[in-house]
Design a protein around this ligand. Structure first.
Ligand SMILES: Cc1cc2nc3c(=O)[nH]c(=O)nc-3n(C[C@H](O)[C@H](O)[C@H](O)COP(=O)(O)O)c2cc1C
Length: 129
């Protein structure tokens, strides 16, 4: 089974969009050997990341994320399991502002409804801010 995980975290105060590109670029480079795929949304203040892969790989990634000073307060919103990957081609993709096409792909994907609800909540908070 493929495990999946959706979490939010708060970006460190000194993070800018260049840092976010660097995070995504490094993640996309590293994730294939981890067997991890997914996407990352950054709204200028918070991250929302979806990752899927072997449970062990997600556990290791989570422990590294917890120590990463570029963000803090990792809050897991939802976990799921599925027989197949939903985003097999996305080693790590940026989605959201400036990456609307990815958002459209995500909205057409059969994410668990609880995850879709969290995504919508994150998006509407961003517009309200
Ligand atoms: C918001 C955010 C998302 C991240 N996503 C990933 C990811 O998908 N894959 C990954 O390998 N590292 C990701 N990282 C980086 C890890 O926290 C960590 O730097 C990386 O696993 C390398 O750890 P190491 O330097 O101890 O080897 C992310 C970092 C942040 C702040």
């Amino acid at each position: 089974m493929i495990a999946s995980l959706l979490y939010t975290s708060t970006a460190a105060a000194n993070i800018d969009s260049g840092d976010v590109f660097a995070i995504i670029e490094a993640s996309a480079r590293r994730n294939p050997s981890r067997g991890v795929t997914g996407f990352l949304i950054y709204d200028g203040r918070e991250f929302l990341q979806y990752v899927e892969g072997p449970q062990d790989a997600l556990d290791i990634l989570l422990s590294q994320l917890a120590e990463d000073r570029r963000h803090g307060g990792v809050r897991i919103l939802h976990r799921a399991e599925s027989p197949t990957r939903l985003f097999p081609k996305w080693a790590m993709r940026r989605a959201g502002q400036g990456a609307e096409e990815e958002l459209a792909v995500i909205s057409r994907t059969a994410l668990p409804s609880a995850m879709m609800a969290e995504l919508e909540r994150f998006g509407s908070r961003r517009k309200a801010a």
